[in-house]
Ligand binder design. Structure first.
Ligand code: FES
Length: 57
């Protein structure tokens, strides 16, 4: 899947499998190692990012 989005104010593109987690794409493709994950189940909030200005796990 080809995805175009704005990351920290910069237009970026990425090829990603629909099953990939956003946190993994941010860490592995964009080197954002401070992006973290804890439970991988949507319960702890460690992976929260802003999507269109709204916090999402
Ligand atoms: S890793 Fe726990 S909510 Fe995302």
């Amino acid at each position: 899947m080809h995805i175009v989005f704005t990351l920290n104010g910069r237009a970026v593109t990425v090829e990603a499998d629909p099953a990939e987690r956003l946190v993994d794409v941010l860490r592995e493709r964009f080197g954002l190692r401070r992006t973290t994950a804890g439970c991988y189940a949507g319960e702890c909030g460690a992976c929260v990012v802003l999507l269109d200005g709204e916090p999402v796990n």
